[in-house]
Design a protein around this ligand. Structure first.
Ligand code: SAT
Ligand code: MN
Length: 582
């Protein structure tokens, strides 16, 4: 017995009876424990040690080749009433799901160690934080959970004090994609995952708890659990404004969270502070503002494309104490991925001799796991139990055409419509076709733990007397010209767009009314030092009424697809804009 909490002991015992592990290990979260897990994985081949001189305390893990991304078609929300999961989720009845999972779990940990991982999502003393316990038979998962969450002793103390926790049961099973399921039981605050060792399928604190279960919990408790980065922008006067931004997986959230301002901005004294790169929990404070915490303690970022040019902070934090998953290797055992200007891969992500003809060296969804504290732009505010007040919320997607570089929503309801209408071309972060435009409301399509119609209503409900809500914006860094080239440089230069937004927040910048929202003129954006002509900038800010009318009609149909539960206020907003565009 390793805890004074009877409910936890009973659950651990019942899982052990079902899965039949050889040993049970209660994780304390110490460095010594981490090191011994690493040693174990070095002997089993689960980890490969990287070059100690260039990358001290760094390791490479290679997934099973059919287990390299989230599996949305195998991910279910199991509410007693199907309507509560919504058409945005795959649904299975709790009874059917439990029966299926019990069968898979029976005896699945024979000969293995069962790890009990108490964790806290959010600063350990924060009223906004929530705890969970993940049971897993994967030491790789334990090691990653230690980097990604506040894991171990302190979390267990809080769980014992509070009595409640989210239950997550995970087994890698035999990694057979035909025996793989990621089940969520929001009404029981529990998660059951089988057959995958990959990130979002297996590190249950992340998407499963901090988004799917938490979004459900947040609705009942009056807060929001969102797929957003959190970044602090300090202006030359020394004031820091916090911005939360939602983009679908693999659309540059990590880069935006660690943005390095262009030279001229740095000289003027602008600074960027990183709070989080993937998940944001927020709730109204006594002053009516929304306060946000990052429930995570580390980054699980996409490796390919990360370089000194695109994200120097990420490169600096990856020199030590990191776990790499599915990247390539150089002859001297350094991690390598596409987009690095130097180094030559000799092994690909599957450990085969690298041959360009058989694909990239690093899997397009290869990842790094590293503590947030390793980041040069780490903000001490990440540990503030009260969270940070938000000045702006940004929605964005990957859109080749139609959607301008930036626009501002007229008010909260319009902003919620802008978020609900988000669409993006799909990426390698999930299995399935890449590059297809799909609606991804608030970048939460794969992550909302309940009916999107109810979720939209919940968002709308924050606009009430006494509220002092952040302004809402939409951005698109990915618009292309007729030659198929990106028109906006992106990365650090996104600072120019952020500056306009924050000046809108403080009432210092101009905007033009259009039916889709408020846009800057080309001369409202600072393009000093950018090699960009005004014609291109105008194209980036163009709103094509005819094409937008069609988009608005499509948005209307999308909202209608949620049936009776779709909030009238959102439909009314959509109709109003469509009329203006007609
Ligand atoms: O789902 S993961 O956490 O593995 C990564 C992502 O898709 O954002
Ligand atoms: Mn994500």
């Amino acid at each position: 017995m390793s805890t004074s909490l009877a409910a936890l002991n009973h659950w651990v015992e019942s899982v052990a009876r079902l899965t039949q592990p050889e040993k049970i290990h209660w994780c304390d979260g110490t460095e010594a424990e981490y090191n011994s897990l690493v040693d174990l994985m070095l002997t089993t081949g689960d980890l490969i040690k990287l070059n100690e001189e260039t990358h001290p305390n760094c390791y490479l893990h290679r997934s099973s080749p059919s287990d390299v991304a989230r599996v949305e078609h195998l991910t279910f929300v199991c509410t007693s009433n199907k309507e509560d999961a919504g058409s945005n989720n795959h649904w299975m009845s709790p009874a059917d799901a439990h029966a299926k999972m019990d069968e898979l779990y029976a005896g699945c940990m024979r000969g293995r160690t069962m790890y009990v991982v108490p964790y806290c999502m959010g600063p350990i003393d924060s009223p906004l934080a929530r705890c969970g316990v993940e049971i897993t038979d994967s030491p790789y998962v334990v090691a990653n959970m230690r980097i990604m969450t506040r894991m171990g002793e302190a979390a267990l103390k809080r769980i014992e004090r509070e009595g409640g926790f989210v239950k997550g049961l995970h087994s890698i099973g035999d990694l057979n994609p035909d025996r793989r399921f990621i089940m969520h039981f929001p009404e029981e605050l529990s998660i059951q995952s089988f057959g995958s060792g990959y990130g979002g399928n297996a590190l249950l604190g992340k998407k499963c708890h901090a988004l799917r279960i938490a979004s459900y919990q947040a609705r009942t408790e009056g807060w929001l659990a969102e797929h957003m980065l959190i970044v602090g922008i300090e202006n030359p006067q020394g004031e820091t404004h916090y911005v939360a931004a939602a983009f679908p997986s693999a659309c540059g959230k990590t880069n935006l969270a660690m943005l390095i301002p262009p030279e001229g901005y740095r000289q003027d004294g602008w600074k960027v502070w990183t709070i989080g790169d993937d998940i944001c929990w927020m709730r109204p404070g006594a002053d009516g503002r929304l306060y946000a915490i990052n429930p995570e303690a580390g980054f699980f970022g996409v490796a390919p494309g990360t370089s000194v040019k695109t994200n120097a902070s990420a490169m600096a934090m990856l020199n030590k104490d990191a776990i790499f998953t599915n990247v390539g290797l150089t002859a001297d055992n350094q991690p390598w991925w596409e987009g690095l200007p130097e180094g030559v891969p000799v092994k690909d992500w599957q450990g085969r001799d690298y041959d360009k003809a058989s694909g990239p060296a690093a899997h397009p969804n290869s990842r790094f796991t590293v503590s947030a504290k390793n980041c040069p732009s780490y903000s001490e505010k990440s540990e503030d139990p009260q969270g940070v007040p938000l000045s702006a919320i940004v929605f964005g997607g990957r859109r080749e055409s139609l959607v301008p570089l930036v626009f501002e929503a007229r008010n909260w309801t319009h902003g919620v419509l802008v978020g609900a209408a988000m669409a993006s071309e799909t990426t390698a972060a999930a299995t399935g076709a890449v590059g297809v435009v799909r609606r991804d409301s608030m970048a939460m399509k794969p992550f909302a733990g309940y009916n999107f119609a109810d979720y939209f209503s919940h968002w709308l409900s924050f606009d009430k007397p006494g509220a002092n809500l952040p302004k809402i914006f939409h951005v698109n860094w990915f618009r292309k010209n007729s030659d198929g080239k990106f028109m906006w440089p992106g990365f650090g230069d996104n600072m120019r767009v952020l500056e306009w937004m924050l000046k809108r927040v403080t009432g210092q910048a101009h905007a033009n009314e259009t039916p889709i929202g408020l846009l800057p003129n080309s001369d409202d954006l600072n393009i000093d030092g950018l090699n960009m002509d005004v014609a291109t900038l105008n194209q980036l800010l163009d709103v094509n009424h005819e094409a937008w009318y069609e988009e608005m009609e499509a948005i209307g149909e999308y909202l209608q697809s949620y049936g009776d539960r779709a909030p009238q206020a959102l439909l009314a907003e959509q109709e109003k804009i469509a009329r203006q565009l007609a």
